[in-house]
Ligand binder design. Structure first.
Ligand SMILES: Cc1cc2nc3c(=O)[nH]c(=O)nc-3n(C[C@H](O)[C@H](O)[C@H](O)COP(=O)(O)OP(=O)(O)OC[C@H]3O[C@@H](n4cnc5c(N)ncnc54)[C@H](O)[C@@H]3O)c2cc1C
Length: 487
């Protein structure tokens, strides 16, 4: 059976519907017996800073810590760095304020530093659209910065090595060694065995807050988002795709930027499923939680189309996730079939890549010293200890940051409650759902990474706890490293 026939058979069997099928991936029931694991002597590796998770925030945290002179280890379970920025989304929201939605407000790049360096490096190898201006729907984001996700993995890996980070890929953080309120080590597991990684300071960038949870931090699991897998679709005509939306008078999205090395080509197009006025297509897309908004850095390729699924339980539940993994693969096959059937220029579309596992928008929520509120975000509040400023909200234009401005991420929002030398960074902070719809986005996670990694290195150098670090010292280091801190 070829790929096309396979998709047809999947559709004919009705597997694209929004139902989770139990049988194929059900876990065997727990037996009730227990096995006592014998104690082991583990080899110890010693560092100043350990960053758990080499994703969106973790890459930046590790580079930042190493550049401060800290002996830094990055522990990443996959074979490459990058995380959800290479697997989930469509564009990096956002290096800029929302200036286009507020006439008279000046355009400002509000996230710089290492995140911008990554973009510069990607541009050199043809792996980024640049900060392409949004021409339609610019009251959501005023720019579209899309990346070649494979080059992102390579470029960031090289940057980590150049900075002197010891990168332990294919290694899972599987536990924590804790002395009272201090984390002494992280346990790592790989094919080389189980090891203890000691350090003075730790940054948890695992998205799920694995290290925090192992270390005994307080957390909750709000389960307030659908899970998703994102499919890259090859063999598509991007101009015809845009024309399909335009000719159906859909209020869509549009940005023009660098594509396959040529300027001023479409790099973002599409519309929300709710706006699709081809009823049969809209209904079929809704059934698989599919969005039509996509970006690209290359001709003939869409990166990505997202298929969503709401789990009944938190995505930390392995068995629920197993079922969802299968269901999402069915949905992605269905999505490509819909492209072929309904969208001109996509008649020969195929699945070019999928994420290795489903992506989450929130797993564990880790309790920190400060919890960024909805009002902090939309009223553009600033703090006397901020490590970055940010100006994007994923619910815009419904919820926007006041007057196209920015709010601050305070340092204390990263300090894990109850522990002395551990930072939380990325999608695991911010309990309020609407506020999280801002702080969880890629560029915010990257900026948090630079703040947390820098702070971890400064603490390690003086053997300080996170709460003993003087903010002016941190601010000075961030400014020297090119971080933008103007309100
Ligand atoms: C489907 C989807 C679409 C999105 N779309 C967009 C978008 O278009 N634009 C945007 O700006 N944002 C988008 N987001 C949000 C954004 O991508 C994420 O919130 C952000 O990338 C999370 O960054 P992070 O550093 O917290 O985690 P991640 O980037 O997920 O990094 C976590 C890393 O830790 C590793 N890891 C996990 N557990 C362990 C462990 N125990 N040991 C070792 N390593 C571990 C993982 O492999 C991963 O590399 C989207 C999110 C999702 C899920």
């Amino acid at each position: 059976m070829n790929r096309r026939e396979f998709s047809k058979s999947v559709l004919a069997a009705g597997m694209g519907a929004g139902v989770m099928i139990d049988s194929p991936v059900q876990a065997a029931s727990v037996s009730g017996e227990y096995y006592e694991e014998p104690a082991k002597r583990l080899a110890v590796r010693k560092f100043d800073v350990i960053v758990a998770g080499g994703g969106t925030g973790g890459v930046v945290a590790a580079i930042a810590a190493a550049r401060q002179g800290a002996r830094t280890a990055l522990i990443e379970v996959k074979g490459y760095p990058g995380g959800t920025v290479t697997e989930g989304g469509t564009a990096l929201h956002s290096f800029y304020n929302l200036w286009k939605a507020f006439p008279g407000v000046p355009k400002r790049q509000v996230v710089k530093g290492i995140p911008q360096e990554i973009i510069d490096r990607l541009l050199k190898v043809g792996g980024c659209t640049g900060h392409a201006e949004m021409l339609e729907h610019y009251n959501y984001d005023s720019v579209c910065t899309a990346i070649d996700t494979e080059l992102y993995k390579l470029v960031t890996f090289e940057m980590l090595v150049e900075a002197g980070v010891q990168v332990f890929v294919n290694t899972r953080v599987a536990g924590a060694i804790v002395d009272g309120r201090r984390v002494r080590g992280a346990l790592g597991e790989s094919r080389s065995g189980r090891e203890a990684f000691y350090a003075q300071s730790f940054v948890d960038c695992t998205a799920d807050g694995d290290l925090c949870a192992y270390a005994g931090a307080k957390y909750s699991e709000p389960n307030d988002y659908p899970v998703c897998n994102s499919v890259g679709i090859g063999n598509v005509d991007i101009e015809k795709y845009y024309e399909f939306f335009r000719s159906n008078e859909l209020r869509g999205q549009l940005a023009r930027g660098l594509r396959s090395g040529q300027p001023n080509l479409i790099v973002r197009a599409g519309a929300d499923t709710s706006q699709i006025n081809v009823p049969e297509l809209a209904e079929a897309a809704r059934a698989i939680g599919m969005s039509f908004i996509t970006t690209t850095v290359h001709d003939n390729y869409f990166m990505f189309i997202k298929c969503n699924l709401k789990l009944p339980v938190s995505p930390t539940d392995r068995d629920a996730v197993a079922k969802a993994e299968l269901e999402l693969r069915r949905r992605m096959a269905r999505a490509v079939e819909l492209f072929r059937r309904y969208i001109p220029g996509c008649e020969k579309a195929f699945m070019a890549r999928t994420s290795p596992n489903l992506c989450i928008r929130r797993g564990r929520l880790i309790e920190c010293d400060y919890d960024i509120t909805h009002e902090d975000v939309i009223e553009a509040r600033h703090f006397d200890d901020e490590i970055m400023v940010y100006g994007f909200h994923d619910s815009a234009p419904r919820l926007q940051i006041a007057n196209g401005g920015t709010y601050g991420i305070p340092y204390r929002a990263l300090c894990v409650k109850g522990l002395e030398n551990l930072y939380a960074c990325g999608m695991m902070i911010t309990s309020n759902h609407d506020a999280h719809m801002s702080t969880r986005n890629t560029v915010c996670c990257m900026g948090q990474g630079q703040g947390a990694g820098t702070a971890a290195a400064l603490c390690a150098a003086k053997n300080l706890g996170t709460r003993d670090l003087r903010y002016p010292l941190l601010r000075d280091a961030l400014l020297k490293a090119g971080v933008y801190l103007e309100a």
